[in-house]
Write a protein that binds this ligand. Sequence first.
Ligand SMILES: Cc1cc2nc3c(=O)[nH]c(=O)nc-3n(C[C@H](O)[C@H](O)[C@H](O)COP(=O)(O)OP(=O)(O)OC[C@H]3O[C@@H](n4cnc5c(N)ncnc54)[C@H](O)[C@@H]3O)c2cc1C
Length: 436
Amino acid sequence: MKIVIVGGGAGGLELATKIGRKLGKSQQAEVVLIDRNQTHLWKPLLHKVATGALDAEVEGVSYRAHGHNNGYTFKLGELTGVDPERKCIQLKPAVNAEGEEFLPAREEAYDYLVLAIGSVANDFGIPGVSDHCVLLDRLAHANRLQQRLLEKFIGLNRELSKGAAERMLRVAIIGGGATGVELSAELYKAREELVKYGMKHVTPEHMQVTLIEAGPRLVPQLDNNISQRAEQELTRLGVTVKTNTQVKRADKGGFVTSDDGFIESDIMVWAAGVKAPDFLPQMGHFEFNRANQILVKPTLQTSRFDDVFAMGDCAGLQIEASDGQLRWVPARAQSAHQMADTVGHNLLRLIKSQPLVEFTYKDMGSLVSLGEYNAFGRLMGGLARGGLSVRGRIARWLYISLYRMHQSAIYGWPRTVLITINDRFNHWLRPRLKLR
Ligand SMILES: Cc1cc2nc3c(=O)[nH]c(=O)nc-3n(C[C@H](O)[C@H](O)[C@H](O)COP(=O)(O)OP(=O)(O)OC[C@H]3O[C@@H](n4cnc5c(N)ncnc54)[C@H](O)[C@@H]3O)c2cc1C
């Protein structure tokens, strides 16, 4: 039996590890993981890579080596189509940086297929976003943002050294969700560190961050008081927070708002929501929701094909919330993690011809980290049954432990403990900013 998983992200890599160890190593099934990249980086770390707080080269997991140790085979490839009738997927040719094709267009056959290709930024059809904004969907975007920051700072330093008039480097971030809030705080940490990198003429005050949110408050998925605290803390750092501000167009040099205001910006970042990739609905075959997510049954099998599963950000499943309303499972790392568990169980059950289990989403709460400054959140489930607000060191520790849980799923706890100790040493030994 051959199980093909496409997408080695927060959910896909955990699943490949789990069933690779259980089925691949014992040769009960051939487990193949396909990703368009050679290495895995946990997506919630992207804003830290973008600001140089984290070195993606150190943190990245090589799929090939990891697969060798965990009973699955890694294949490089970018999915372009699925043919459920012929039970195969199509991958586009792989091209190197010089434009040379080193792998042709290929097909990969499967007995069971798991689609776990995540999400992309949703520009909601607003003109100019793809031309002028940096996104935070993948490592290449985070590296690009880091490069832009560094280049702008180097340029400003040179201008000021030649006696040019004082001016600010303006960064505007659209989207006051967790990503926008966390990125704003990390940028403030970065600006303090950047000036220590031999740029004698710039000071932290030369960078101004504006965070723009269409709704009435930041991080709307969290309690009102947590939103307020996040806004107060960001304002204290120096971020200009603009809520109830709708952007209608992105132009060169800034954003045009719905009341025809103009927010000038040297670096424009779009972090205003996600959708599953556009090519999915274009491919046909499956049923989709408005966010392009593939509709799945509670077993996480796609609504039309029992031998194709979808999970994580690209899967659409409605669940009954505590208020009785039907809501989509949120596109979050904890959903991908929980779905990987269910799909893993179900693949094992299929092999043993046992009935499949249904996915139940356990909301463990939400946390938002303001880098080294603060963290806030609300825990749910377990001892915090009615919801428990956390902040400060405890919230920061819990936030970091989410990543440790992901690491433990792919490395096991003993190695995760060693990695954690190693990270502590690196924190003392290596420069705070890992700029490339
Ligand atoms: C900056 C940032 C901060 C975040 N912070 C948090 C947080 O604090 N808490 C939280 O719960 N969630 C957070 N999220 C959301 C979280 O990262 C996602 O919900 C989670 O990663 C989804 O997991 P996934 O496995 O569905 O997809 P992903 O982790 O995105 O993985 C998708 C994988 O598929 C691969 N892929 C994509 N397209 C193709 C293709 N066509 N062919 C082959 N491979 C493909 C990608 O390379 C990637 O490896 C954050 C997201 C961002 C961007």
